[in-house]
Design a protein around this ligand. Structure first.
Ligand SMILES: [Zn+2]
Length: 98
């Protein structure tokens, strides 16, 4: 797993968050306000998105066991079959491709 891209994403998110907070604090000082709800909202959204980004990065996409088939017959008609492993493909899944 390459960690350069996720680390750059996290660094860019933190840079944007800190830049936004710095600009907000400069505007708040100019207006005489001390603390803004947009600062706390910026912090919350940044750290929530980083938390879920790391969770998504650390968890695998999962797999379907060999020979899996949907229980509902209507779903079988909607899914594609893989000609290589003779199994159903999950929606938006790629496998047995070269
Ligand atoms: Zn396959």
């Amino acid at each position: 797993m390459s960690w350069l891209s996720p680390l750059l994403t996290i660094a860019a998110s933190l840079f944007l968050c800190l830049t936004s907070i710095k600009c907000e604090s400069a505007l708040s000082e100019a207006n005489g306000a001390s603390y803004s709800t947009s600062t706390s909202l910026t912090l919350f959204l940044t750290f929530a998105s980083l938390f879920f980004f790391v969770l998504a990065k650390l968890s695998g996409p999962g797999f379907l066991p060999r020979g899996w088939r949907p229980a509902d017959l209507r779903e079988r008609a909607a899914l594609e079959r893989c000609p290589w492993c003779d199994g159903y493909k999950a929606p938006r899944a790629h496998h047995c491709t070269r």
